[in-house]
Write a protein that binds this ligand. Structure first.
Ligand SMILES: [Zn+2]
Ligand SMILES: [Zn+2]
Length: 170
């Protein structure tokens, strides 16, 4: 078995893995997408594709299809940017770690929010993102999908005490 120190992810792997974790909250079965905005190795915000506040979720009510696309959700990248806007956080010069290549509209929004680098591990259909990123001098970094296991072996940590199974967790 590998030593724990060998499992320590690089910064890129760490933030991509977080983007994968964030995507677990997505509500449209057509796509689960996660985005983490990062500046100076600090997380500014996270986002996943989901309905507007108060609306039904695709997974409960079915997708809202127009022209063969589900239009119900706000995309992960938009939600990450909007979280910054509602908290007054400056996104200029930040990096977007996204599970996939952004769609055309999200690419334009990321550019306009001042994002300078986009890191992804999968591509996306029908997007002109690359074309717009090129015009705006935004770097695209394509990496392999990081390991999707979270390494937390509680039994191997001598300082950790397990919570008893009968304890109610709220
Ligand atoms: Zn949907
Ligand atoms: Zn999008």
């Amino acid at each position: 078995m590998a030593e724990n120190k060998n499992l320590r992810p690089s910064w890129d792997e760490y933030f991509l893995k977080l983007a994968m974790l964030v995507s677990e909250r997505a509500t449209c079965p057509r796509m689960h997408c996660g985005c983490v905005l990062v500046k100076d190795k600090r997380i500014l915000s996270t986002g996943y594709n989901g309905s507007i506040p108060g609306d039904v979720h695709c997974e409960d009510a079915g997708c809202y299809i127009v022209d063969n696309h589900c239009i119900r959700t706000i995309h992960a990248e938009m939600n990450a940017i909007l979280q910054c806007s509602s908290h007054g956080i400056n996104t200029q010069g930040a990096t977007a770690y996204v599970t996939n290549m952004p769609c055309t509209n999200c690419a334009k929004a990321l550019i306009t929010a001042g994002i300078k680098q986009v890191v992804i591990f999968s591509d996306y259909h029908n997007t002109q993102a690359e074309e717009f990123f090129k015009v705006a001098n935004v770097d695209i970094v394509r990496l392999q999908i990081p390991g999707n296991l979270i390494e937390y072996n509680i039994d191997s940590y001598s300082s950790a005490k397990k919570i008893k199974a009968e304890t109610v967790i709220k």
